[in-house]
Write a protein that binds this ligand. Sequence first.
Ligand SMILES: Nc1ncnc2c1ncn2[C@@H]1O[C@H](COP(=O)(O)OP(=O)(O)OP(=O)(O)O)[C@@H](O)[C@H]1O
Ligand SMILES: [Mg+2]
Length: 257
Amino acid sequence: MQEENDEEKRLKRFPQKKVSKTFDKVFDEETLNTIHKIATAGLIDSLEYTISTGKEAYVFLALDKAGNFRAVKTYKTLTSKFHNMQKYIEGDKRFKNVPREKKEIVREWTKKEFKNLEKLSNANASVPFPIGYKNNVLVMEFIGEKGKASKTLKEVGVKNLQQAYEEITEFIAKSFYLSGLIHADLSEYNILVKKEQGKEKLVVIDVGQAVLKSHPKAEEFLKRDLQNISNYFTKKGLEKSEEELRKDIRKWKEKLL
Ligand SMILES: Nc1ncnc2c1ncn2[C@@H]1O[C@H](COP(=O)(O)OP(=O)(O)OP(=O)(O)O)[C@@H](O)[C@H]1O
Ligand SMILES: [Mg+2]
């Protein structure tokens, strides 16, 4: 009987209609319970729209009680890429025991993304502000304009390439020198272009795989990030070699430390 009541409450809270297209795929019973707990804790009040349905995670636009927009990232518990996740968790000294069970790995991953967002926010690096997490669900600041999610750098590009380059250099420097983190999946696909009063501001997302500098593969991951960024700007007409990018990042060191 209790279960029925919970279900009724849930249906009242979440307008099933709007997210119905992805409903069955995302909301296995456990995820549903988790979202319910997150709502009960006051982090969100309603799920409104589906922003993205990816291979590993779905992202929704939610509202909290005060009417603030929130982004809710829900990792699929049966993700096919969990071997990939293991690679990033192993070697991260924050995870002493690497879980073997898929569900546990996804939970650790969600927690890691939250902790990484916290570290980066503390360093004032441009990422969505973390609000909370539970199990496989992460709640963060919604990056968008009036409920419309910002597009990725890949999708929309920027008017001012030089400024964008400086913002990304600043992001990498703050992550590295202040948070001690390497993004490890940095590219135009994981950078959102937020439009604010006619200006463009870059916000870096998808930080679940970010690793500490002490990770055995840190240099390899950093090199790949720098190559992606160097390729992007060079392709767009602002030629920047990996070496130049490294130099520009180093210039931040004194300013930051
Ligand atoms: N805080 C946010 N605010 C607005 N939109 C967001 C936010 N976080 C993510 N998104 C949107 O969701 C998309 C997917 O997010 P993200 O890159 O974090 O997931 P992902 O791990 O790449 O998922 P997958 O690889 O399964 O596609 C982004 O490209 C962006 O459009
Ligand atoms: Mg992504």
